[in-house]
Design a protein around this ligand. Structure first.
Ligand SMILES: [Zn+2]
Length: 82
């Protein structure tokens, strides 16, 4: 079982998440949190855009990795809201 993480854990891991430095298990925890937490989801989007900009500047010709594709996919999903 993957244990749930709270907002502080999710935000603390976002940088590593986008740098792809988390283990698959930790990345999955972050993704699960983002899918259910609108606040962290918005924060993640902001971070993602910022890092994407830096990344695009740094290396324009690199292909998106599988994890990158997954992150983009995750951020396109709407978090569940009431
Ligand atoms: Zn949260």
């Amino acid at each position: 079982m993957v244990r749930a993480i709270d907002c502080a854990d999710a935000v603390a891991r976002l940088q590593d998440y986008f740098k792809r430095e988390l283990t698959p298990e930790l990345a999955q925890e972050v993704e699960r949190h983002l899918q259910h937490c609108g606040g962290c989801f918005a924060h993640a989007r902001f971070e993602e855009n910022f890092l994407l900009m830096l990344e695009t500047r740094a290396r324009r010709d690199s292909c998106p990795s599988a994890l990158r594709m997954r992150i983009v996919h995750t951020l396109r999903l709407d978090p569940e809201r009431d």
